[in-house]
Structure formats: C-alpha cells, structure tokens
Design a binder for this molecule. Structure first.
Ligand SMILES: [Zn+2]
Length: 384
C-alpha cells in the first residue's frame, strides 16, 4: 500500500521533475500559438535548418573598408617565417593590417616572437601583449609580477593581456582561496600599467546565460550541452555572475588612471544600456567586440546608436583566428543587409542584420581607437 502510494506520487510528480531537468514545462512558451500536436516527429534543434525564402539585396564584404587592427588576436606562435608569412597573406586578403597577439607571452616566449616577426620582415603587422603569472598569489607577489611586467614592456610588449576568465572564476591564491579580481596585492601591477601608459586587456566572466538554469528557455542551451566546462550553475565551485561583475567594477574604480579594455563588450552586448552606464562611470574603460557579433547583429538599430554614442570606446577584436569568419564582422558593421547567417550555430540560432555604421565610426572601431590607446603601433598604413 505504502509502496503503491509512493509510486503514484512519483508518477504525479514526474512531469514536474522532468520539466525542471529538461525545460519541457516551458515547451508551450517555446512555440507560442502552436496548439496542435505535429503529425510527424519534431526535428531536434540540430536538424532543423529552414532555408530562408527571403529575397533581399546582399552585400558580401570579404575585405574591410579600412585597414583594421585586431586587438583580440590568437594567432599561432609567431616564430617561424613560414607561419608569419602565411598569417600575413590571410590578413592581407581581409585588410587586417595589424594583429595584436592577445595570447600574452612573457620573457623568452615574448622576445622570440618579436624576433620572429622582425626576421620575416613583418614587424609592422604584429604587436604583442604580455601575460601575468597570477597563480598562487601571496604577500609580495604583486611586486614580482610588476617587475616582470616592466621587463616585458621594455622588451617590446605593448600591453597586458588577454587576462583570462580563469582570473575571478577559478585561479586560487597561495592560501587556497579564490583570487578576487580586486585583490589589493595586485594593486601595484595595475599602478605599474598606468605609469607605463599601457592598456590592460581583461576577460571577465562569460555570458550570463552560462550561470542560468540549463533548461529549454536558456539561449545558450546548445552551447552548454556541448561544453561541460562552460556550466557555472554550482555556486560551491563558481562565484555568481553578478559577484564577478561587482569585483570587476570595484577593480576599475580603484584604478582610474589605468587604461582597461574589457573583452567581449563585457558580456553586456545583450544589454547595451548596462554597458553604456559602465562606460559613463569609468572614462578609462574601453571594450572590444570579439565573439559577441551575434548580439549586435540581432539589434542593428540599437547597436548602431550605441556604437555612435560610444564611438571613442570600442575597438575591433575577433578572438579565435579563423580567417573565414572575419567577413561576417565586416558585413554586420558596414552594410544594412538583412537576415543573413551567422557563423557559429551554438552561439546563436537567429539571423544577423547589418548595422550600417557611418565611416567616421567605422574608422574609430577599426583602427583609430587602438592607435590612440595602444603605444608604439606602426601608423604608416592607416588613413590620416
Ligand atoms: Zn581571447
């Protein structure tokens, strides 16, 4: 009797339990207005690729309209001349004039790459950021890190970065606790960057949806189902998104003389009002557009207004080095094309629209802002 009662309870509760697990309770919201059951088995989101029947003008943009500086580059190691020359050939076809190697390197790895691009005769096409060793920070670490930073800048690095998202999410201190973004031990490092007048390129957190429940209303369901290491639902392991944002903002507030470049539009590209408030609050803050094109391309009018208002604060950056993907950026920024494909199906299952940025804004995004805040970049190839 007890057993069958428990069984009945389980049967009653099962849909709710499943719903909590898989989001099926939200199914009615996924397709509003669908009141009938399909006669055929529904395809999975991996299978369903409806062909667009929309016929509108198309303007593919294989080469950017102006020479571009990619602040957020992750090229292969630039030591061998054939690697360097192969990179430059691809960059030429895209009108990518300078790639800044944001896979920061320090010491010998840095000087070898600087020598590598010089030996290939391509020193005017690359610049290098240095990396910071933030592992096991304890008393006195700040001074050591700052000394290494100073040595790397003397050797030719033009900034710090990309500081990875593991700073904040997972890197621990010597005492085993999480290294917070605004840990005072590192103050001397950010002060040194300010004194040397070099930017700090920092990636904080990840898209907020990575912290949201993994159900069928999550915009990043597919990405989260594909990549276990992007699931941050467990507060025992990962601080909350807003906790990281608060630490980040306190860090910026403590160092108003340091030039900060926050990666990926600060993961606020889906909430440009929030990013605008951040820019208003911190005049020393810049950002870049790497890997968040999907959020700009779905709000072309709002994004155009935002890029116009904050035209002095946004730099071009791409993140992963996939030459075929750059023209999607050119097309979103330069054209007013409508309803075209994005390049990565697990970032976005929606289409892109062009922002049609005016030339003056485009030039700032593509190269002028980078030339303004990153020291010692070769200027000869850029319009006056
Ligand atoms: Zn990156």
């Amino acid at each position: 009797m007890r057993r069958s009662f428990a069984f009945a309870l389980l049967v009653l509760a099962l849909p709710a339990l499943l719903g909590a697990q898989t989001g099926q309770a939200g199914q009615a919201e996924i397709r509003p207005g669908v009141f009938r059951t399909p006669e055929f088995p529904a395809p999975s989101i991996l299978d369903y690729h409806p062909r667009s029947t929309l016929i509108v003008p198309e303007h593919l943009v294989p080469r950017a309209k102006y020479p571009v500086i990619d602040l957020h580059g992750h090229p292969p190691t630039l030591v061998l001349p054939e690697i360097v020359n192969g990179m430059v050939a691809s960059m030429d076809s895209l009108n990518l004039q300078i790639m800044i190697n944001a896979s920061g390197s320090s010491g010998q790895r840095l000087t070898q790459q600087i020598a590598g691009v010089r030996a290939a005769g391509k020193a005017d096409r690359f610049a290098f950021l240095t990396t910071l060793n933030l592992r096991n920070v304890g008393p006195g670490s700040g001074k050591t890190i700052a000394a290494q930073l100073e040595a790397d800048i003397t050797a030719g690095a033009v900034g710090i970065g990309e500081i990875s998202k593991s700073f904040g999410i997972s890197i621990t201190k010597a005492d085993g606790t999480r290294l917070k973004l605004d840990d005072p031990e590192l103050d001397i490092v950010w002060q040194t960057a300010a004194r040397l007048k070099i930017p700090v390129f920092i990636h904080v957190a990840d898209p907020a949806e990575f912290w949201s429940p993994l159900d069928f209303t999550n915009e990043r369901w597919l990405e989260l189902a594909l990549f276990p290491d992007r699931r941050y639902q467990d507060r025992a392991i990962t601080p909350s998104f807003e906790e990281l944002m608060a630490e980040r903002d306190r860090l910026f507030a403590r160092h108003p003389n340091t030039t900060w470049i926050i990666a990926h539009l600060g993961w606020h590209a889906q909430d440009l009002t929030r990013l605008g408030k951040l820019f208003d609050r911190f005049p020393n803050l810049y950002s870049e557009v790497g890997a968040v094109l999907y959020d700009l391309g779905r709000q072309p009018r709002a994004a155009n207004k935002f890029f116009t208002t904050y035209q002095d604060r946004i730099l071009f950056g791409k993140d992963s080095w996939q030459p075929v993907e750059y023209p999607y950026y050119w097309r979103v920024f330069e054209t007013e094309d409508e309803y075209f494909d994005y390049y990565r199906g697990y970032h976005a299952f929606w289409k892109m629209y062009g922002m049609g940025l005016p030339d003056a804004v485009l030039q700032k995004l593509y190269f002028r802002n980078a030339l303004k805040i990153i020291p010692n970049l070769p200027r000869a190839a850029f319009p006056k």
